[in-house]
Write a protein that binds this ligand. Sequence first.
Ligand code: C5P
Length: 322
Amino acid sequence: MSPTFTASAPAKVNLLLRCGQPDEKGYHQLFTVFHSLNLRETVSLTPREDGKITVTNQPADLSQSAITCPPELDELPAEKHLAVRAVKLIQDTYGIKTGADLVVTKAVPVAGGMAGGSADAAAALWAAKHAFGLSVPKVELLPLARQLGADVPACLLGEILLGTGYGDHLKLLGPVPQRYWVMATNQTGLSTPLVFQQADRHPEQLAAELPTEISEAELKLLQGTDSSDTWTDFLELLENDLTLPALELRPDLAAPLAGVNALKDVDQQPLTRAILSGSGPTLAAPALDLPSAQKIAQTFQTYPGIERCYILQGPVPGAQLH
Ligand code: C5P
């Protein structure tokens, strides 16, 4: 029997997302900071001789409650599944004749702005590299990751990254301290292309030109140790240009954002800043410590439509073999 190779890749939150004008393909230039989180998608790959690629999805057994795989995922034709496309791309690029049976264990909410599908692709690339005995470093897989989706390179590399271009040209920004992030998922998904199309209805609100480098002051705030003195300045770093278009499509997200943004610490300073995660509808808020994270999660959960809150930490490593 062939041995099974298992790899995982992390979810992410965009701590900062500035969006530029669309190009002729409708894609947008971005200036974004990806922050990886300790919620991981896992792909197990068992080689098969006939060259075919199959996929089965299963929910992760999270300690609090098992997430369910949405029926759409099982209805998705195998050739459209990002994990399958990743293995096919490896076969085509390196002339591999071996096939694969894939088992994708889903922990990251689907269509939520946390790059769950992209993490499947990144984990599948990494599992395939090992299963097929390819001695290529991670950086050599980045062009393949880009072809699979704008967030796939960030899931492959993990950690904390500045993303420019379509968000797929990356530079490591670490080391940064571990931070808590509360991620509040929603009962109803939101389509990424629709959010970008809505943003295009207000071109005046999209940056004409984006920076290519993060400023020294921003980097210092990201890399510095958090304390109650620096926390408010750190919170001011957080922004997401997709918030307005997402709120136009989903006005129900305004109340949980405002409710969490009104939380104050003992000194009456803001406890956090809630932002849209990527293109939403998941909302994200960092926390200085675990009690603050719990308070933020409890507040999110008082709003209708919020499905569940994850208290996560990061940054974490990118794709890894288990
Ligand atoms: O690359 P990916 O397939 O993940 O992108 C999903 C959608 O997000 C694209 O179809 C496009 O509408 C939008 N997008 C964009 N500009 C980017 C990245 C994604 O407009 N830089």
